[in-house]
Ligand binder design. Structure first.
Ligand code: GLN
Length: 486
């Protein structure tokens, strides 16, 4: 058996079942690895006591023949999830010292299914960013940077979770995706990241960024591991009125089936001007791999694609400015005193929020203001419907859509930091699926000239996660990314 930290979730579950390893051994091996790789800054809080206690309980259940779905599997949790009694600040200073009295529905489900929490991961403050450089706790490093001797970003906002899985510090991780925050870091770190249909997972206890877009999701080393993780965290929750009622399907049910006759759409509008040659090559290669497995490749049109990024950067800040109004220094988190109540509010918010969050609050407040509401926010909502309709029409003819995940490989820490628009361009290929609430997955396919991972994204119609995992699994096997790494 390979090193404990190198296992997939699937392999670890098998080993636990056959008593070849214990949950405690697994937890310890990962806690040691975390300590060894603190330089990555992927965890901002480590929770060894919780991990060992949960692992101990898992071992007891396994011994009693009562193992749960993910019993004993060590998982990293993004700092945006409220975890009872544990640091939960969305990596913002404004939530200074906040330790929730309650557990988010997603982490509760993870624990109910036997998941073991290793700690909380680094992220862009309030999930706003594409590089995990906007964290109050400092930048997170991409483990791939070490291999080529450069400090690279892991992507963002769930960069800490992606880096943790990539560096074998956790077997899987939880993230959140509002416009690409799981898929983009997954692509940059050479791991597989999945955002389910909007409403698949409860948002209760997730620190809100943009409520009509925020969705919990997963990181794993394989497609199958993502399906297992999603199985553990999905489901209706009466505490979130936007969570989808009904039974949870078996997300792995189609993994292993072939894709003969399946139609894969290639949206012509995603041929972005200035896209690096190696990204368009990778995209073509991916399509060829699926074709070789029996799928039919068809060119499709998503005519409103070019409006996705500006639409997202109106709607997301608008919702953020409203959600973030609650941080006032009164009830919890940071308080910076002032001579009057107003001054206390101002001092708290001025000191508590970082530059990017302030920028979004200003944009959001502007687009929602009485004089500009119709011109910006209302119009953006209308365009959002057009984007949704584009996908809806496309899915009448195709089973899934294939696109690049990002327009580039991972970049250097500090690069693009002074130019928000260039930073926002990272989300070019991911935001449309978010605006339409569609399930999508990014998986590593090949390496760039600089020997860094590049990913492709698959998208399906809502509630078709089984089919998404099916096609992604075929692509994963065909790409055989692991064999490309030396
Ligand atoms: N990078 C995007 C943003 O900054 C997406 C973030 C996310 O999905 N949370 O808004």
């Amino acid at each position: 058996m390979s090193k404990l930290t190198e296992l997939t979730i699937e392999e670890a579950l098998e080993g636990l079942k056959n008593k070849e390893l214990s949950a405690k051994d697994l937890a310890r091996a990962h806690l040691d690895a975390m300590e060894e790789h603190r330089d990555l800054n992927s965890f901002i809080t480590e929770t060894p006591e919780i991990a060992l206690q949960q692992a101990d309980e898992a071992d007891k259940r396994i011994a009693a023949g009562e193992a749960k779905l993910l019993d004993g599997i060590p998982i990293a949790v993004k700092d945006l999830f409220c975890t009872k009694g544990v640091h939960s600040q969305s990596c913002s200073h404004i939530l200074d010292g906040f330790k929730p009295e309650y557990e988010s529905s997603v982490t509760q489900k993870l624990f109910d299914n036997g998941g073991v929490m290793l700690g909380k991961t680094n992220m862009d403050e309030m999930a706003m960013g594409s590089a995990t450089t906007n964290s109050y706790y400092g930048a997170c490093k991409n483990p791939w940077g070490k291999k080529i001797g450069v400090d690279l970003v892991p992507g963002g906002s769930s960069g800490g979770s992606a880096a943790a899985v990539s560096a074998n510090l956790a077997l899987g991780a939880l993230g959140s995706d509002t416009g690409g925050s799981i898929r983009q870091p997954a692509a940059f770190c050479g791991v597989t990241g999945m955002k389910p249909t909007y409403g698949r997972c409860s948002r209760w206890g997730m620190i809100a960024f943009a409520s009509s877009l925020d969705q919990a999701g997963t990181f794993g080393k394989t497609v199958k591991d993502n399906a297992l993780l999603l199985q553990a965290i999905a489901g209706h929750d009466p505490k979130d009125s936007t969570s989808i009622p009904g039974d949870i399907p078996d997300f792995s049910s189609m993994i292993g089936q072939d894709i003969k006759g399946k139609k894969i759409g290639i949206p012509k509008e995603y041929n972005a001007a200035g896209m690096p040659e190696e990204i368009s090559e990778l995209w073509k290669e991916g399509a060829k791999m699926l074709e070789k497995e029996g799928a039919e490749i068809v060119e499709i049109s998503l005519p409103h694609t070019k409006f996705a990024l500006p639409t997202y950067y109106i709607i997301a800040p608008a919702e953020a400015s409203s959600n973030l109004a609650r941080y006032d220094g009164v009830r919890y988190g940071l308080r910076v005193e002032g001579k009057t109540l107003d001054e206390m509010y101002e001092n708290t918010r001025a000191e508590g929020f970082g530059a990017e969050v302030k920028r979004r609050i200003m944009i959001g407040t502007y687009v929602l203001s009485a004089g500009y509401y119709d011109a910006y926010y209302k119009k953006a909502q209308k365009v959002r419907t057009l984007i949704y309709n584009d996908f809806h029409s496309a899915f009448a003819n195709v089973d899934a859509i294939l696109t690049p995940t990002t327009p580039s490989e991972a970049f250097k820490i500090g690069e693009k930091q002074d130019d928000p628009i260039t930073m926002y361009l990272n989300d070019l290929f991911t935001v449309a699926a978010s605006l339409a609430g569609l399930p999508s997955i990014s998986l590593p396919i090949g390496l760039s000239k600089n020997k860094l991972p590049l990913g492709l994204q698959l998208i399906t119609a809502p509630m078709q996660e089984e089919k998404l995992f099916n096609i992604a699994h075929v692509l994963e096997s065909a790409a055989d990314f692991k064999s490309k790494i030396d």
